[in-house]
Design a protein around this ligand. Structure first.
Ligand code: BYC
Length: 474
């Protein structure tokens, strides 16, 4: 169905046919705008940004480009087209027709999932709100803003579900999504990673590589949901999410490229020399990677989770690409886990597969993360340096799940808490690292230039030149 842009809230859900819902969402809309004005990108409201806006949910319509001021961006409600005759793909009700309303008994659990998903979207905009001031180029500035407006739209996607299907509770949750704030001492965002500050672009690219990729896996598992409106909403969100991960992967690859250029020019692999030349040395890059990877692993929840088991059993949340599996009920199957033991060692145990669903997702996610590392390591190899990037063990630096009780080094060996503290600054960004990286961040807004710590991208946006004025500052 085409998106109706003549409406106050662009949508393809026939909002005009439901006056009560339309009024409720039109009541929320100014609050969203106020939130965007106060918590969204600071100081760029008057800039014309070369943004992509969806005008349809099919391949032809979802990417239309033009100069837009961010406050004029048309945030709307877009669901992927319904698949007639769709049936539940997993869990106890496998094979039965999907639901178009929320079954009463699953109401609070489903609402919790939607609220948790919704909470991450504005959180990321809040985390990134000051980055515009230190953009490495107009190309990057535009990408930041593209991501920000789309995260705003993803919030709309979840708010639509809350308003349309959860009555008064849903409307209250939609208000609360604008009241919690990233890093707020009293009302923080729900999930840990979304309270971490992102005040430099190296962290931004790590976040869009690692944390947006968690988004991909969570959205893919919600796109399998028996609750059809959630499945269709998240399916469309995934098309936009791909660009966010592209920004992360290419951003990090450009940082490495520039570092390698400096190392070759100066014939050095000495981190302090690389730093003095104004590039990110590879050990610092690795420490940032260790932090954002381990924090993003926490976003999958505990390895053994009754919530996960119940979400799978009831059909609320499946596995990404559920159709790739042979068996969709997972009643009798077991999952082998290694967990920390009382005596300071490890023990192997088998847990019911349904309870291990968070770990199933996390394992696929880790394999996906490795692909980027392979590409970056090829860059390092081609440049003739011996340094290689590695993903730390999934036991390292965890604050959620079975490994949160143990201290582990990068390779997953259990160590004492004291030894972890002694190793901390070699493994995770230290105060000195953060001060150095922050010091590199200087605003570059001349379309012909790029900051010295990052190489230019390989190509511009939508076939435009890299030097195009992607953001026209007033
Ligand atoms: N921090 O049984 P447990 C994205 C809570 S990113 C703090 O272990 P469960 C995006 C958990 O909420 C994707 N708390 O785990 C990316 C629960 O609390 P309650 C976001 C945490 O429930 C970039 C308790 O611990 N989407 O889209 O199976 C930019 C016990 O939970 C954390 C979703 O997450 C944590 N890291 O799974 C923009 C999908 N982890 O309920 C956007 C929806 C767990 O007892 N959410 N807890 O108070 C879910 O599917 C599940 O809630 C989780 C947790 C996977 C997060």
């Amino acid at each position: 169905m085409a998106i109706d842009y003549s409406e106050k809230i662009p949508n393809n859900v026939e909002l005009a046919g439901d006056r009560t819902l339309q009024r409720a969402l039109e009541h929320w809309q100014p609050r969203f705008v106020q939130w965007w004005d106060t918590m969204g990108p600071s100081d760029f409201a008057a800039a014309d940004v070369y943004l992509r806006t969806a005008v349809g949910v099919d391949a032809a319509g979802w990417a239309t480009y033009g100069q837009v001021r961010m406050p004029d961006y048309r945030w709307g409600i877009f669901l992927a087209d319904a698949k007639p005759g769709r049936t539940i793909g997993f869990g106890d009700d496998y094979g039965l027709p999907v639901w178009h309303q929320v079954p009463g008994e699953y109401r609070s659990q489903l609402r919790r999932l939607i609220v948790t998903q919704g909470d991450t979207e504005p959180a990321s905009v809040e985390q990134q709100r000051l980055l515009g001031h230190t953009c490495p180029s107009l190309y990057d500035l535009r990408n930041l803003f593209q991501i920000n407006v789309e995260e705003g739209r993803h919030l709309w996607a979840m708010v639509y579900l809350l308003h349309a299907y959860f009555g008064r509770d849903g409307r209250e949750e939609a208000e609360a999504l604008l009241e919690r704030h990233s890093g707020d001492a009293d009302k923080p965002r729900i999930l840990g990673t979304f309270n971490e500050p992102i005040t430099d672009w190296l962290s931004f690219f790590m976040f869009t590589y690692f944390t947006d990729r968690d988004g991909k896996y969570q959205l893919k598992s919600l796109a399998e949901s028996a609750f059809d409106p959630l499945a269709r909403t998240t399916q469309f969100m995934l098309t936009e999410e791909a660009h966010h991960m592209f920004v992360g992967e290419t951003g990090l690859s450009r940082v490495i490229k520039r570092t390698l250029e400096v190392m070759t020019e100066l014939r050095t692999d000495d981190a302090s020399v690389v730093r003095s030349a104004g590039a990110v040395d590879l050990p610092t890059f690795q420490r940032y990677l260790n932090f954002w990877f381990s924090s993003s692993l926490d976003l999958f929840g505990s390895e053994i989770s009754s919530n996960a088991a119940s979400s799978f059993a009831t059909g609320l949340k499946g596995r990404p690409d559920e159709s790739q599996y042979e068996e969709h009920r997972c009643v009798d199957s077991l999952f082998a886990l290694t967990t920390p033991a009382q005596d300071g060692g490890v023990k192997n145990e088998e847990v019911p597969m349904r309870n291990a669903m968070n770990e199933v997702l996390r394992s696929s996610y880790i394999r996906d993360c490795e692909l980027g590392l392979k590409r970056w390591n090829r860059q390092l190899e081609r440049a003739g340096t011996a340094f290689r990037l590695v993903l730390p063990s999934s036991r390292f630096n965890r604050t959620i799940g079975v490994w949160s009780a143990a201290s582990c080094d990068l390779t997953g060996n259990i160590i004492t808490a004291d030894a972890f503290e002694r190793g901390r600054d070699q493994w995770l960004p230290s105060g000195v690292d953060r001060a150095f990286v922050t010091g590199l961040m200087r605003r570059v807004v001349d379309p012909m230039r790029m900051a010295g710590w990052i190489a230019p991208p390989e190509r511009g946006i939508n076939s435009l030149p890299i030097e195009y004025e992607y953001v026209r500052l007033s």
